[in-house]
Design a protein around this ligand. Structure first.
Ligand code: CA
Length: 642
């Protein structure tokens, strides 16, 4: 059958009625008491389960005919515990016979070719049972990290055998070249004050050969969505090792006060030559009317999130990571390729299990290209924010580009580096684009991820370098950029190393560049100490400003007295809190990107300086002021004492 015939079949009412499987128990489940294998494969005529002793080599030691059950599910159940046994399926269709691993695999052998039955309780590290997510912080400050990049550079002082691995996150008190003076790794992150660590793809992806050391990729090319990536494990051959080490990483981050967000890529697969397509040919992928494979991801294919079994696959995967790995948040890659209905359903299921908004959910509200979404489903694009739950967040490209300029056009500047006409956009950014004039992008600040750099495109430092040649001026612009977005009402996010002028030598999408270019260079954390400490102060101050941390629909009303002139934007903020003590009842904020000082009278009251363009720790010193004067190219924030 060709793709068009298959799609027609899948879209028929009869097929949906007969084959939609609503239980959430697909895959292999293994305990001491037995093992069950359940596979959804509605068009198969015959399926053989094949068991192997090894994850890659050798023939099978047993073949078992799977039994066909209802709704297109095939099953084998045994009271034997098959923990550590590898498996795949031989699937016979009327037109061909294929071999496939399990789409719902929870463990696998090297490079994910064979799945593995795993008794998950046997992968729990000591103390896992009592692992708990850290208490919610006053504000969400997300730090985007790549597992490999974090600990690869020798300056980090990590153990040689853990460099680039999950295990590096379990090493505490690492220091610069082990000098015992300058913290790196976990201790460094604590000092910086971020609250969430966002891991770039750490599920099993396809672009790195796990059988060889030294491969590198960002990992936006999923193979097994429910298995940790093998190249970050100390042993990629034994399926249980990567699972345990991933859990140890989460456990250590939790213990040190960080919540953990996973970057998840459910919009496409590494290749259509994958388990999903082998077990249900062309069910899970969108196709154009002429039969061509839809490619809105620009990665060769798009998953059909709007189809019932694909939606279940994605939902089950998210719930699995939250439950089994204690993950605290999910960042959806190209969320605009998924549909609003599914995102809201995931939100509701997480809320039901863990409490409203407790697990963070956000994504990129765009796609790389047009996609052939089926059945009139609504894509989770920025323009549909109003249809998304108030706790489904979106990366805010408008804020990003208004502050430092276009991400694709290197000479195009934003507010901090000489761009003109961004004053209003900066004020919109402050209110997280929740305006009352019908132009609102978001319903509440909870829907907005406020940022100026992420793994994509140039680092902030490199973008600024393309527009500002003098390094001193660049640092000043960097500080102004940071002061702006860290006084906006959305959730805060930045790429690891932004705080120490991270560079990728002016390159943008370095997804497959050598790790030597991508790695975090811990020496820069101390070479650019002044900048880093400025970030540290901003983060510490931010957590004390409930007026800016407010994520409710009413938050925008806290911002008043906004004013602009060319290159300058300012506002006042109501900084009182009903629930906790606030040191400052009112804030005055000025962003000055011009070469002359800007003065502003302050209303009656006991005002003191909280931060200026040089020092973000002024709030510790109680320096009284009666007039707000922002120096050239600087931000300024006085606060009125309660
Ligand atoms: Ca892999």
């Amino acid at each position: 059958m060709d793709r068009r015939e298959l799609k027609k079949l899948y879209q028929s009412t009869e097929f949906k009625r007969q084959y939609t499987y609503e239980k959430h128990d697909l895959g292999a489940a293994c305990t001491e008491k037995g093992t069950s294998f359940l596979l959804w494969s509605p068009l198969a005529k015959e399926i053989t389960l094949r068991l192997y002793a090894d994850g890659a080599k050798g023939g099978c030691f047993r073949e078992i005919a799977m039994q066909k059950e209802a709704q297109g599910v095939w099953a084998h159940r045994t009271d034997e515990s098959l923990h550590g046994v590898y498996y795949d399926y031989k699937i016979v269709y009327p037109w061909e016979t294929v071999t496939s691993c399990d789409p719902y695999a929870r463990a696998c052998g090297v490079n994910g070719r064979r799945s593995m039955a795993v008794d998950l309780r046997r992968t729990d590290p000591d103390g896992w049972y009592t692992d708990d997510r850290p208490k919610k912080a006053a504000e969400t400050v997300i730090y985007e990290l790549h597992v490999g990049e974090f600990s690869w550079d020798r300056s980090g002082g990590f153990s040689e055998e853990y460099r680039g691995k999950y295990k590096a996150f379990t090493e505490e008190h690492t220091t610069l070249f082990s000098d015992r003076v300058h913290p790196t790794g976990i201790d460094y992150l604590k000092e910086l004050g971020v609250t969430h660590v966002q891991l770039m793809p750490a599920y099993d992806y396809g672009s790195v050969d796990e059988s060889r050391e030294g491969g590198f990729n960002w990992g936006y090319d999923p193979e097994n969505h429910n298995v940790p990536e093998g190249s970050y494990a100390t042993d990629a051959y034994h399926g249980e090792v990567r699972i345990r080490e991933f859990k140890e990483m989460v456990q250590s981050l939790h213990k040190n006060g960080f919540r953990v967000i996973m970057d998840v890529v459910y919009n496409h697969m590494y290749s259509t030559d994958c388990h999903l397509n082998k077990t249900a040919p062309w069910y899970y992928f969108r196709t154009e009317e002429n039969g061509a494979v839809s490619n809105g991801s620009a990665c060769g294919n798009d998953l059909a999130s709007e189809c019932a079994m694909c939606a279940n696959y994605i939902l089950d995967s998210v719930l699995y990571w939250a439950k089994e790995y204690h993950i605290d948040g999910f960042r959806f890659d190209l969320m605009g390729l998924l549909d609003v209905g599914l995102m809201n359903r995931i939100r509701a299921e997480l809320d039901r299990r863990y409490g409203k908004g407790e697990i963070l959910l956000f994504g990129e509200p765009w796609a790389a290209d047009e996609t052939a979404m089926e059945g009139g489903a609504l894509p989770a694009l920025k323009k549909n924010a109003g249809k998304l739950d108030v706790n489904v967040g979106m990366f805010c490209d408008d804020t990003r580009d208004a502050i430092k300029g276009d991400v694709f056009l290197e000479k195009v500047c934003g507010f901090v580096n000489g761009g003109e006409g961004f004053e209003e956009a900066v004020l919109h950014s402050v209110r997280a684009w929740c305006t009352e004039d019908g132009e609102a992008v978001a319903k509440a600040p909870s829907q907005i991820i406020t940022y100026v750099s992420a793994h994509d495109n140039w680092t902030l430092w490199d973008k600024l370098a393309k527009t500002i040649t003098d390094e001193k001026t660049r640092i000043r612009a960097n500080k102004l950029a940071a002061a702006i977005y860290m006084t906006c009402q959305g959730r805060l996010f930045f790429l690891s190393g932004e705080e120490f002028a991270r560079t990728k030598n002016g390159l943008g999408n370095t997804y497959n560049a050598p790790i030597g270019l991508n790695r975090l260079d811990w020496q820069r954390a101390y070479a650019y100490e002044e900048l880093r400490v400025y970030y540290q102060g901003l983060i510490a101050l931010r957590k004390q400003l409930p007026g800016l941390c407010d994520k409710s629909e009413r938050a925008g009303k806290r911002i008043y007295g906004t004013w602009t002139k060319a290159g300058v934007a300012g506002f006042f903020a109501d900084n009182r809190s009903e629930t906790k003590h606030s040191r400052w009842a009112e804030l005055c904020v000025i962003y000055n990107s011009t070469d002359t000082a800007v003065r502003r009278e302050l209303p009656e009251g006991n005002w003191e300086l909280l931060l200026d363009g040089e020092n973000s720790f002024l709030w510790r010193e109680g320096i009284g002021v009666t007039v707000a004067e922002a120096a050239p190219f600087r931000a300024l924030v006085p606060g009125k004492r309660e």
